[in-house]
Design a protein around this ligand. Structure first.
Ligand code: FAD
Length: 518
């Protein structure tokens, strides 16, 4: 094999593309190999019924930092927003809906409106101190290197600069569950649930699960530097973000090949030296960077024979089975949500009427069942973007909590029942919806695994919990975007800082590769 490439990126998900773009901008020769016939991974737009398109997995852009958008010129490369600063509406079956940011309406008392803004200011302050961590390579403990010591000191300083009261407060709440925290803060059941819902979306947690304050702060930290004033909908769906990233990478000189599945990482003399494609082609590269999830990366692409047994056990135990499903409905008219005209549909709607509703929805999954009354995040992309459906027709896209990775009765036996339950649940808030449905699609975590190649189908490529977070993400031995094999790196959601369409894993990994290659 000749060695023409500085780096080969396995996977053209948004993190792989971001990584490639930054490496190419640093003057490196980069090749991206994507198994699917389009780039984007879980950030794509595709059709699901004749004439109807949808963001097939991620549907809202709320965590991509403005500086990545600016650095890579994503607007110049085609990123346009159909909706920005979208409010959240927590749907009520009767009575007024709750709108966030909160104002005195929808049955919220003046006390709760004040409590909400005090609470969010308090949480945003913590998030602002956590935010710099997301853009940095996490330190390793006990190495004694100047870089790791410096990073640990910076981390300690961030926390220290909260002051005595702030530090005490953060330490008190960080290990708590959201259920208890929001009960302390608000009286309105709908407000409690709406806030707690953001802590559990995309996770394997219910509001009572320990560590959910951490997931809430993490989400807020990522949102705090984001473009589009947090919730935004790209025109043409999430695929527009990935296409803009691909265009930026190519403009900087990176090569991208789709329909190019990598079968194995090529190893010689205990270092990665390239890849072997499924069609038998070999391609040489001095660095190989995997955008695939940790299990796929280490057990399928590299192979246990190149790893020690302790490391293989840790990867085997990495928790990466998702509990989040996705539903797409093609509709002959705008969905008839009660008291919401078309303008109201340009928001992010959630079904999370109370804490016990969300917790009960979660309970079912402990016994291998789906939620009979699921919690949901719903958007109607066509309310702001006519390119997604035929004229006057609409698309509804819902992230559904919760669906187990494997159902005790087998998904093929129960999938239609679950879809019916989801539609019935939405109909409680949008009477007459069923009569408008032209086509419906349900993706369980197992379907997400099959379609997007994410082992376990997890939003973050693996649970974001204390034991799989920051300095130990994904597992000891594979932190800092590196791996036990020389020249082999990670850049996907399974590495720090985790999932969500933000590009930070890709950018941080590129920085680490350049540092190692220097
Ligand atoms: C149901 C659901 C809804 C979500 N909603 C949102 C949302 O609204 N907003 C948000 O910000 N986030 C959301 N997320 C999370 C977000 O989509 C992911 O965290 C993010 O897209 C992961 O990006 P990535 O680039 O790290 O990995 P991926 O997007 O998974 O990309 C990995 C790429 O590697 C490729 N690949 C794998 N194996 C190989 C191989 N052998 N050879 C070549 N290529 C390979 C895959 O095909 C894929 O393209 C959602 C996730 C789910 C599951």
């Amino acid at each position: 094999m000749t060695a023409p490439y500085h780096s080969i990126v396995i996977g053209g998900g948004h993190n792989g593309l971001t990584c490639a773009a930054y490496l190419a901008r640093a003057g490196k020769r980069v090749l991206v190999l994507e198994a699917a016939d389009r780039v984007g991974g879980a950030a794509v737009t595709r059709s699901f019924a004749p004439g109807f398109k949808v963001s097939a997995c991620a549907h809202l852009l709320h965590q991509m930092p403005q500086d990545i958008i600016t650095d890579l010129g994503l607007i110049r490369h085609g990123l346009v927003f159909a909706a920005e600063a979208m409010p959240t509406i927590s749907l009520a079956a009767d009575g007024p809906h709750l709108r966030l940011p909160a104002r005195v309406n929808g049955g919220l008392s003046g006390e709760d409106v004040t409590a909400y803004s005090t609470f969010m200011a308090r949480m945003r302050r913590f998030a602002a101190h956590l935010r710099p961590m997301l853009s940095r390579t996490p330190p390793r403990l006990g190495t004694g290197t100047a870089a790791d010591n410096g990073a640990l000191l910076r981390l300690a300083w961030e926390i220290r600069s909260l002051g005595r009261t702030g530090m005490r407060d953060l330490l008190r709440i960080i290990g708590m569950n959201m259920y208890d925290l929001v009960e302390e803060c608000f009286a309105s059941p709908a407000l409690r649930a709406a806030v707690a819902f953001d802590a559990v979306l995309g996770t394997n947690f219910g509001p009572r699960s320990p560590g959910t304050v951490l997931t809430f702060l993490y989400r807020l930290a990522a949102e705090s530097g984001a473009c589009g004033a947090a919730m935004a909908q790209p025109r043409g769906g999430m695929g527009t973000v990935s296409d803009a990233l691909a265009a930026a990478a190519q403009a900087a000189g990176a090569e991208i090949r789709v329909a190019a599945r990598v079968a194995r990482v090529a190893v010689r003399d205990d270092r990665a030296v390239g890849v072997l494609l499924a069609d038998g082609e070999t391609i040489a590269g001095r660095h190989v960077i995997s955008n695939a999830d940790p299990r796929t990366t280490f057990l399928n692409l590299l192979g246990a024979e190149h790893l020690d047994t302790g490391f293989v056990r840790r990867i085997d135990h990495f928790r990466q089975r998702g509990l989040t499903a996705k539903v797409h409905l093609a509709l002959s008219a705008a969905p008839p949500f009660r008291d919401l005209a078309l303008a109201g549909l340009r928001s992010r709607m959630i079904i999370a009427p109370s804490l016990s509703y969300v917790e009960t929805a979660f309970n079912a999954t402990k016994y291998g069942d789906y939620s009979a009354s699921p919690a949901m995040e719903i958007v109607v992309p066509t309310a702001s973007d006519a390119t997604m459906a035929p004229a006057a027709q609409h698309v509804l896209s819902a992230v559904v909590q919760y669906a187990p990775y494997s159902h005790t009765d087998g998904w093929s036996a129960v999938k239609q029942n679950f879809l019916d339950r989801i539609i019935e649940t939405i109909e409680t808030y949008a009477p007459g919806l069923r009569g408008l449905i032209i086509a419906a699609e349900l993706l369980t975590p197992a379907d997400i695994e099959t379609e997007f190649g994410i082992s376990g189908g997890h939003w973050h490529h693996g649970e974001l919990a204390f034991d799989q977070f920051f300095m130990v993400r994904p597992v000891p031995g594979a932190t800092q975007y590196e791996s036990p094999l020389e020249g082999f790196f990670l850049c996907g959601a399974g590495s720090h800082p985790g999932g969500g369409v933000m590009g930070l894993g890709g950018r941080n990994a590129a920085r680490q590769v350049l540092k190692k290659a220097a």
